[in-house]
Design a binder for this molecule. Structure first.
Ligand SMILES: [Zn+2]
Length: 265
């Protein structure tokens, strides 16, 4: 079957292995049953902004057109840099109502192993999806806060000691070292000073994830649809927001948010 869709990140289901859904125009397709089968993706040379929905020759960043990237609250400063959150002080960046709704809710600072241990911030209710989106094999809540600003402060304090990036090549090749996240949490928590210490979570539950992967690639080559319009190969697996193909071609669907494509499944 052929399915046209405007790419966005795949929806994730916290099953074992993780379930992936491709969101098509007015439908969704489960991706897991296609592992081991040949699938095709063809870029239809149209791109649509994830915010205003208008068509552009090129999108600017994060699936937004340039205007939306610089004006919409969904692309505001605190989205990428939680420590810049100001809604708790009643200070507006772009839209205070949106920012209060987004920032003034429980957040977590977490450690996740996705090709190496990294620190990150996410809304508490989103945490499982965030970890699956990153392709984490395991994760632990390090701190629980009442808003995004507090979580951002902790993340900044820890960035000096830990990476905040996913090493996607290692993650996709499954080359990460196993890490005892409980001891790593203990080590890292001890580095926090003053009132930041009070947010450390007493819960040490380690969440683990498995991904639908038949074979891990030994080499990976990231496909960019602007340069490679069409791709057709056996799907070897899915991890994070990447489709992994036989031969080592991988495509990050989230990085192609707004691209109009046709899937042959
Ligand atoms: Zn736009």
């Amino acid at each position: 079957m052929d399915i046209a869709c405007t790419l966005a990140k795949m929806a994730t289901l916290p099953t074992r292995p993780v379930g992936y859904l491709l969101l098509a125009d007015d439908n969704f397709v489960k991706i897991n049953p296609f592992v081991g089968k040949e699938i095709g993706i063809r870029f239809l040379q149209e791109k649509y902004c994830a915010s205003c929905g208008n068509q552009f020759k090129d999108l600017y960043r994060m699936g937004f057109c340039k205007n939306c990237f610089f004006t919409k609250p969904e692309a505001g400063e605190s989205i990428i840099r939680p420590e810049l959150s100001r809604a708790h002080e009643g200070i507006e960046d772009r839209d205070l109502v949106f920012e209060k709704g987004y920032q003034l809710q429980p957040h977590v600072v977490y450690l996740a192993n996705s090709g190496g241990v990294k620190v990150g911030v996410t809304r508490a209710k989103q945490k499982l999806h965030r970890w699956m989106d990153q392709g984490a094999s395991s994760a632990i809540v390090l701190a629980e806060t009442t808003n995004r600003f507090e979580a951002g402060q902790i993340e900044v304090a820890l960035k000096a000691h830990l990476s905040d990036k996913t090493v996607w090549q290692r993650m996709l090749k499954n080359e990460e070292e196993p890490v005892d996240l409980v001891s790593e949490k203990k080590r890292v928590s001890a580095l926090l000073e003053g009132e930041l210490k009070e947010f450390v979570s007493p819960r040490d539950e380690v969440f683990t994830f498995e991904y639908p992967i038949a074979h891990f690639p030994t080499k990976v080559k990231s496909v960019n649809l602007d340069k490679t319009e069409q791709l057709s190969a056996v799907l070897q697996g899915v991890r994070g927001q990447y489709l992994i193909f036989e031969g080592g071609a991988v495509i990050n669907l989230r990085a192609h948010t707004g691209y109009r494509v046709a899937f042959s499944l």
